[in-house]
Design a protein. Structure first.
Length: 193
């Protein structure tokens, strides 16, 4: 009887060890590379963010007007105007990556400044008021004169949906403070819906 119990316990341990070591698909999965289309993926993907922003940063930073300029261009990055069928989706990730590419690749040719509303929100939250006990002087401590942007950078995502696919046109625009568009480029992509 004791031999039978030992055999049962040993079988249970082996079975448990086998189950613990078995590989189901959840554990075998690895993250898909961000610069490749993921199998079964639909719509815009990480590859589109990477490819479009690499292309736009290279194009803008190699633009002759920027490189011939004797002054550093000051640019504020706005947001993505989403004109796709999924208008509730925030597509600012495209501009966030382009912004970081411009900072990292710009080599001093461009200076990016924070959006004024975002800057004022941060300043009001993080700086302690000084010198005005009754709050009549506005939030935050006095600061140096704000840097004024010379250019505005934004993007627009347009979509032409079909039965099985959608054609997206992601347009990146740079305008002078006087509203003159001085640079524009687009990233067209067709995706499965």
């Amino acid at each position: 009887m004791k031999h039978w119990i030992n055999l049962t316990v040993l079988s249970a341990v082996i079975l448990a060890a086998g189950l613990a070591c078995s590989h189901d698909k959840k554990h075998d999965r690895v993250r898909p590379p961000v610069d490749e289309l993921s199998d079964g993926g639909r719509g815009l993907q990480g590859k589109d963010v990477i490819s479009s922003t690499d292309q736009m940063a290279a194009d803008l930073l190699s633009w002759p007007a920027l490189n011939a300029s004797h002054t550093q261009w000051t640019i504020v990055v706005d947001h993505v105007e989403n004109l796709s069928t999924s208008q509730r989706q925030n597509l600012d990730i495209f501009l966030q990556r382009l912004r970081s590419r411009l900072v990292n690749m710009g080599q001093g040719r461009v200076q990016l400044v924070e959006n004024l509303q975002k800057f004022n929100d941060l300043k009001a939250r993080e700086l302690e008021p000084t010198g005005d006990r009754y709050g009549q002087g506005g939030p935050g401590a006095p600061t140096k004169k704000n840097v004024q942007p010379d250019y505005f950078l934004w993007a627009r995502v347009s979509e032409m949906p079909n039965r099985e696919t959608s054609f997206f046109l992601i347009t990146f625009s740079l305008a002078k403070i006087d509203r003159t568009i001085v640079w524009e480029n687009d990233y067209p992509v067709s995706v499965y819906r």
